[in-house]
Ligand binder design. Structure first.
Ligand code: SF4
Length: 252
């Protein structure tokens, strides 16, 4: 006789195996050992320092399979966006000639970033001056609508910081990339709608991010713990922070 409950059991079992495999793959990836420039817009200095130093997350705050699946779906959708933009006529380059990522490495390799791409040609699109940095993000419908309504700088400041610092650090290798607005693409994962925005270079934002990176490197070298963002663990940032338990046990 058929066991009508077996589907659930099978489904759970298969999903557990998938997630266990993803978590295992993630655990096998060596710590990157540098400060990712894409993270310089993280709100809290201390959280960024924990991330840079590969400090273990609190028990119960490790990256779970579902989160890893969300990350991977984001990467896959980025590949789709590359195809769509190229189909529109853009000369979008996402790899160096030798197949590597387009990126930069500064401060003796301790600060690095990898761009999603650079637009080198935009025929019949005078608004898009090249070379232009291209950054792509995937979002749920709520976040996407907010980004459309407010623009990336207000809706997603962490991405605006990433764009500014990438433009600044890529300028020596790609002259003009900081003079031209970056092309920011946001994909609505729920509806497949696309949002494109031209983001002018903000030198002040880039400088602040660069100063922040130096501050984090210096404090870490001096074994100093950077200050918290808040005076209370119920602060919004702390409630979602994977180092909250550790952080609030340590000195302020
Ligand atoms: S718990 Fe709050 S203050 Fe501490 S590292 Fe996380 S975000 Fe920063």
């Amino acid at each position: 006789m058929l066991d009508f409950n077996s589907r659930t059991t099978f489904e759970d079992h298969l999903n557990q195996r998938i997630d266990a495999a993803l978590v295992g793959e993630r655990a096998a990836v060596p710590a990157r050992g540098y400060l990712g420039a894409s993270r310089l817009g993280v709100a809290c200095d201390r959280a960024l320092q924990f991330e840079f130093t590969d400090t273990p997350r609190d028990p119960g705050a490790s990256l779970v399979g579902r989160t890893l699946r969300i990350f991977e779906i984001g990467h896959a959708l980025e590949e789709v966006a590359i195809r769509w933009l190229r189909a529109s006529g853009l000369d979008l380059v996402t790899r160096t000639r030798d197949g590597g990522q387009i990126g930069f490495s500064v401060a003796g390799g301790r600060i690095r970033g990898h761009a999603d791409g650079v637009v080198f040609g935009a025929p019949n699109m005078p608004a898009l001056q090249v070379p232009a940095l291209w950054e792509c993000k995937t979002m749920n419908a709520k976040a996407w609508r907010e980004t459309v309504a407010k623009g990336v700088v207000l809706a997603k400041p962490i991405y605006a910081v990433q764009i500014a610092i990438y433009q600044a650090y890529l300028e020596p290798a790609l002259p003009g990339v900081s003079e031209h607005p970056a092309l920011f693409t946001a994909i609505n994962k729920d509806t497949a709608e696309l949002h494109h925005e031209l983001v002018p270079f903000d030198a002040t934002r880039a400088q602040a991010a660069s100063d922040r990176a130096v501050r984090i490197l210096r404090a870490t070298d001096a074994h100093e713990l950077l200050p918290r963002i808040a005076h209370d663990p119920t602060h919004f940032e702390c409630r979602f922070c994977p180092w909250a338990e550790r952080c609030w046990r340590l000195p302020g």
